[in-house]
Design a protein around this ligand. Structure first.
Ligand code: NAP
Length: 473
């Protein structure tokens, strides 16, 4: 299958192609165009020229484009999910769930397109304000470069395209090199809507080669990036004065208080730790359990983990498949070895079977071992015992990341203490830190990011406030 670039509403051949391989079978699945700098420039010019037309669309028109997109995607749900599983090895059940969320994300965007508003200002509260009327309005920034990761190739792209269209911006999308098919699929669907030509463009190629040109370009008004902290921080340093929204990684932590019924929380903990092979930015990585429940929790959690089915991502019953690249197995096994050599205990997993890293649980992992302080981004979870909720809070905060944290407790005081003391973008009470729905504000502090997604909040980032003052004197 030979794919084409999508620029200015046209499918364009490239001079160079690269082969896309399935992470699970290692078979060639498509030939992907490699954009050179001239092609990136063409995509930026196309997005730039479409700015005016996009900004002039009515709220109703923008809302309809997004509703149409959601409807077509819903009709092609299975096909879209199979693309995710094929190119990223996400098990089909999770790919289907991602498509369902993506449809919701576009529907939320269609709704938000109708309620972008400013506020009136009480001018006469100032001595010099008498007789003046003022209000603010939100205006699109212009052209937005969206750079996205491999792990949610539909929904995280939707978190950029949806709000950008809702707020009248144009887009140049650079998806992850391992997941271009999802991006081209969305281009194909958007092409069937009334979106103005040029308002959405997809270019593929190595981020390390074309990224700088895209993020430094004067006609790009904002860069919205989801991915690793290293790349995100590099982009921020290169982007100059333009707005840069970063959604980065984490090593999400969970506290389990002593009064919790463990049977109720085991299943969500297993899903939180191992869905999409742990390649989720809020994957449950560090579990802190009160000492008195430690033994029982380990027993139940291990038992449930060992029941997970390893296999082909395209099969309906598969829970765990390959990581995005085989070299990720090597990296994570090295990290496991490091923890073991420093006194950690392997409770299950820790080996690769038919190319798949088995879901792995460790205890007694030192706080400064990579498995604890770095983002694993794989099917590995650490369990530590704590003597108080305070100790759990301190352990979670002892991290360079701060995306979301969770606490299971029946004790209101402990819950409120955790809410105010945890240094993260979101605290999830009585659920895993991996919990997310798409309209909620989502983003991190510290090295986890500098912005919030969740359509309404992204629209704030993607629009400029303009003040209007009337002198009625
Ligand atoms: P990544 O390696 O940082 O890549 C993300 C995107 O950046 C890809 O499109 C990549 O292109 C591009 N890129 C690479 N180098 C670039 C450069 N120098 N300039 C511009 N763009 C460049 O991340 P990933 O491995 O795809 O995704 C995993 C990371 O994303 C994890 O850290 C995870 O926590 C984070 N994440 C965060 C969130 C959130 O909402 N906070 C959500 C999901 C994932 P190529 O593929 O061509 O290299």
């Amino acid at each position: 299958m030979l794919k084409k670039l999508y620029i200015n509403g046209q499918w364009k051949e490239s001079t160079t192609y690269t082969i896309l391989y399935s992470p699970f079978t290692n078979e060639a699945i498509a030939q992907i165009p490699v954009a050179d700098i001239d092609t990136v420039e063409e995509a930026i010019q196309s997005a730039s020229q479409a700015k005016k037309e996009m900004a002039n669309l009515t709220s109703l028109e923008k809302s309809k484009i997004l509703t149409d997109l959601a409807n077509i995607l819903e009709q092609r749900r299975l096909e879209a999910a199979q693309i995710i599983s094929l190119e990223s090895a996400k098990p089909l059940k999770y790919s289907l769930a991602e498509i369902d969320r993506t449809v919701e994300t576009y529907r939320f965007s269609a709704e938000e397109a109708k309620r972008i508003s400013g506020e009136t200002i009480q001018m006469d509260a100032a001595k010099n304000g008498k007789g003046r009327v003022a209000y603010t309005q939100r205006e699109p920034l212009g052209a937005i470069a969206a750079i996205t990761p491999f792990n949610f190739p539909f929904n995280l792209v939707a978190h950029k395209i949806g709000p950008a269209i809702a707020s009248g911006n144009t887009i140049v999308l650079k998806p992850a090199s391992q997941t271009p098919l999802s991006a081209y699929f969305i281009a194909e669907l958007l092409d069937q809507t009334d979106l103005p030509k040029g308002a959405f463009n997809v270019i593929t190629g190595k981020g390390g080669l074309i990224g700088d040109y895209l993020v430094q370009h004067d006609e790009i008004d904002m860069v919205t990036f989801t991915g690793s902290p290293e790349v995100g921080i590099g982009i921020r340093n290169k982007a100059g004065l333009k707005k840069v929204a970063l959604e980065l990684g984490s090593n999400a932590g969970l506290i389990i208080d002593k009064n919790v019924t463990l049977q109720k929380i085991i299943e969500p903990c297993v899903v939180g730790a191992f869905s999409n092979q742990g390649q989720v930015c809020i994957s449950l990585q560090r579990i802190y359990v009160m000492q008195e429940l430690m033994e029982e929790f380990i027993e139940l959690f291990k038992k449930a983990t060992e029941k997970l089915n390893l296999g082909d991502p395209l099969e309906a019953h598969t829970d765990i498949s390959s990581l995005i690249h085989q070299k990720e197995n090597e990296r994570i096994l090295t990290w496991i070895d490091e923890a073991l050599s420093r006194g950690a205990t392997l409770l299950t997993g820790g080996e690769v079977m038919n190319g798949i890293l088995k879901p792995t649980i460790l205890s007694n992992v030192p706080v400064d071992a990579k498995l604890s302080c770095e983002e694993i981004f794989g099917p590995v979870v650490t369990i530590s015992s704590i003597n108080s909720v305070d100790e759990g809070i301190e352990a979670i905060n002892n991290s360079k990341y701060g995306l979301q944290a969770g606490i299971f407790t029946e004790n209101i005081k402990e819950a409120f203490k955790a809410i105010s003391a945890l240094k993260v973008g979101g605290v999830i009470v009585n659920d895993i830190p991996t919990y997310r729905v798409d309209q909620m504000p989502y983003g991190g502090v510290k090295q986890s990011g500098n912005a919030r997604e969740g359509i309404k909040y992204t629209i704030q980032e993607m629009t400029e406030m303009k003040l209007v003052v009337w002198n009625n004197n």
